[in-house]
Design a protein around this ligand. Structure first.
Ligand code: TYD
Length: 344
């Protein structure tokens, strides 16, 4: 039985990872999560000691909490992070605290206990691509937002700790995830939630920014493979080679829900908005034999079905602090924007 400390697993990707790992058998999981706005115990509903699951409420920034939680574990997987670019523009300090200082605490715990650390990073550390080319793992780090800079900093601390302290670490850099239980501040769940409610779908700028989409199940399978078989010190890009413009994503969601394109509305662009992300996953495919299994349209349709079947989950996360966030982000921008249908 392998026992893993999974930090940040009350969030979207982490909860999916834990569910898949426990369903596969042969694992015990200790989840450490501070339950910020994006962490939600409902995401872990149905898991308990009989599944090999336990939960510690605490922060990765607290060395004593981490040291206690890691007792008896064989590895650490780190999902714990502030992840939303728009929030990082508004309030960068908390990103530095969680993503940089918190990762350093996990690094020290991993070194102290002689454990492997899998750091779940992002393609955003590479910055923005032009129309051509793909990021490979040797691409220079050139982050554009405080969020991306905080993740790049954590990646660099891990590289430095491998050399300085002999840390056994692997890093994954994935594109944009979608799937069940994603917090609706991110593009796909925000558009699904708004379209379901017949509300306006806000598209930043011209909507031609490109993201590299992957279903969360494919990402989580890659993470397990890298954790178990990845070469120490190595970075692995994770991509289903699923490039789409934001407008295309929006159109597909509206079509799937039978809603009019007139719900799509341009709003002011995000400052420092990266134009395109696209990753080369050949290292993961060739060295570890990974491949993506979920086609975008299929994954989108099951994701929409999940949100339709779980409207109580959605209502719950869209109440409380989310309302204030949404008002701040969109209220004035939605009034001034033009609909894509008018413009075309
Ligand atoms: P997001 O989900 O925030 O992920 P990231 O910025 O990490 O890629 O945004 C994905 C893309 O969608 C990005 O180009 C910004 C854009 N976007 C919108 O056009 N409207 C929105 O309401 C949101 C949240 C994002």
């Amino acid at each position: 039985m392998v026992k893993i400390l999974v930090a940040g697993a009350a969030g979207f990707i982490g909860s999916n990872f834990v569910r898949r790992l426990l369903a596969a058998g042969g694992h015990e999981v200790v989840v450490l999560d501070s339950l910020t706005y994006a962490g939600n115990m409902e995401n872990l509903a149905g898991l308990d000691a009989s599944n090999g699951f336990s939960f510690v409420h605490g922060s990765i920034c607290d060395p004593a909490v981490v040291k206690a939680a890691v007792q008896g574990c064989d590895a650490i997987v780190n999902f714990a992070a502030e992840t939303h670019v728009d929030r990082s523009i508004e309030n960068p300090a908390v990103f530095i605290e969680s993503n940089v200082l918190g990762t350093m605490v996990l690094i020290q715990a991993a070194v102290g206990a002689g454990l492997r650390l899998l750091q779940v990073s992002t393609d955003e550390v590479y910055g923005s691509l032009g129309e051509e080319g793909l990021f490979d793992e040797d691409w220079p780090l050139d982050p554009s937002s405080p969020y991306a800079a905080s993740k790049a900093s954590a990646d660099m601390l891990i590289g430095a700790s491998a050399r300085t302290y002999g840390l056994d670490a692997v890093i994954t850099r994935c594109g944009n995830n979608y799937g069940p239980r994603q917090f609706p501040e991110k593009l796909i769940p925000l558009l699904i939630a708004n379209a379901m409610a017949g509300e306006t779908l806000p598209i930043y700028g011209d909507g031609l920014n490109v993201r590299d989409w992957i279903h969360v199940d494919d990402h989580c399978d890659a993470l397990r493979l890298v954790l178990e078989k990845g070469q120490s010190g190595r970075v692995y890009n994770v991509s289903a080679v699923g490039e789409l413009t934001n407008r295309e994503v929006c159109s597909r969601i509206l079509a799937a829900l039978g809603k009019p394109e007139s719900l799509m509305r341009h709003v002011d662009d995000r400052p420092g908005h990266d134009r395109r992300y696209a990753l080369d996953p050949s290292r993961l495919q060739n060295e570890l034999g990974w491949k993506a299994n979920v086609a975008f349209d299929e994954g989108l349709s099951t994701t929409i079905e999940w949100y339709q079947a779980n409207s109580a989950w959605l209502d719950n996360v869209r109440s409380g602090e989310y309302r204030g966030y949404y008002e701040r982000m969109y209220a004035s921008r939605l009034e001034s924007g033009t609909t894509v249908a008018e413009e075309d």
